[in-house]
Design a protein. Structure first.
Length: 100
């Protein structure tokens, strides 16, 4: 009877050793890519003239914090107004606003 308890204890111990999470092995070199909803971050100086003109016309107190572009040349702009309000604007390469 003692042997049965020892066998059961050793079996349980060996099974729990195999049930360990191996996620720790995946920790290591990671690459951070700034892609949001298929948009890639760009410098605000890379915005087309039509987009910067549309911002200046419609949001004269806005400052572009971050700018993103997708493969269709649509721009996602994170802006902050002078009064502290912030938001996200979407525009095409011709400076037309896009509803998202």
């Amino acid at each position: 009877m003692k042997k049965l308890y020892y066998v059961a204890a050793f079996s349980l111990a060996s099974l729990t050793a195999f049930a360990q999470n191996t996620a720790e092995a995946n920790i290591g070199a990671t690459t951070e890519v700034s892609v949001q909803d298929n948009y890639t971050e760009i410098d605000s100086s890379e915005l087309p003239e039509a987009v910067t003109a549309a911002i200046a016309k419609d949001y004269p107190t806005a400052t572009v914090n971050k700018a993103y572009v997708n493969k269709d040349k649509q721009y996602k702009l994170e802006v902050v107004l002078k009064d502290g309000a912030s938001g996200t604007l979407y525009a095409d390469q011709d400076g037309n606003w896009i509803e998202m």
